[in-house]
Design a binder for this molecule. Structure first.
Ligand code: ZN
Length: 218
């Protein structure tokens, strides 16, 4: 049994996925993480991806699928529940993912659509900051550092991820609505689509997600 988290950047999908990973035998597959990791180690796929991300453009399907396939081939697969966070991003990727799942005699059992008001979402995203040294994340409104713009642990200046500035956020949103939104219909037809109101507190959203997942874990 595997799960997909759908929703535009900034609705808290990643946070919810991380909370699931801590509490249950669940593995998070975030293409964002896979991409950043591949860029960090300077792999061939990573270097190609970097160029697209810096321009606020989507990384091509073939490249993303390569990274996901690698992850699905790991020994964890089959033993744990996989949560796909930010993937698939279009119908083509969804079809490819279904094929891969069928090959390993598995399938997607649940798709959760995270919904949030557009302006609130952009405010949340543009306030995100990260420590370049320890990778801790902060938010200038919701999770401020103790002193100015400094990491609580490392005392170094926090930075904004290059894809978190407002202009790039809006570009990514346009791309999302155009390509990812049609996926809702794709999964709705399969009767595995559920929706979560992501504008509420992190705890409330998490409790909803748990209620959706628990019946599937039996
Ligand atoms: Zn730090």
């Amino acid at each position: 049994m595997h799960i997909i988290f759908l929703g535009p950047p900034g609705v808290g999908k990643g946070t919810q996925a991380n909370m699931l990973v801590e509490k249950y035998p669940i593995v998070k597959i975030s293409t964002g993480d896979l991409l950043r990791e591949s860029i960090k180690i300077g792999s061939n796929l990573g270097m190609q991806a970097k160029g697209f991300m810096e321009k606020g453009e989507l990384v091509p399907d073939q490249l993303v699928l390569g990274l996901v396939l690698e992850k699905i081939s790991s020994p964890e697969f089959g033993k744990k529940i996989f949560v796909f966070d930010g993937f698939p991003r279009n119908i083509q990727q969804a079809i490819e993912l279904d094929k891969i799942m069928a090959k390993v005699q598995s399938k997607i059992n649940l798709v959760i659509d995270f919904t949030m008001d557009e302006e609130e979402r952009i405010l949340r995203l543009s306030g995100r900051r990260m420590c370049p040294k320890c990778q801790r994340t902060y938010h200038m409104t919701y999770a401020k550092p103790k002193h100015d713009n400094l990491c609580d642990v490392c005392d170094v200046n926090l930075v904004q991820r290059s894809d978190d500035n407002e202009e790039i956020i809006r570009q990514r949103s346009t791309v999302y609505w155009e390509h990812t939104r049609p996926l809702l219909e794709y999964y709705n037809v399969k009767k595995i689509l559920k929706s979560a109101d992501a504008s509420r507190s992190i705890e409330n959203v998490f409790s909803d997600i748990e209620n959706m997942i628990k019946p599937l874990m039996k």
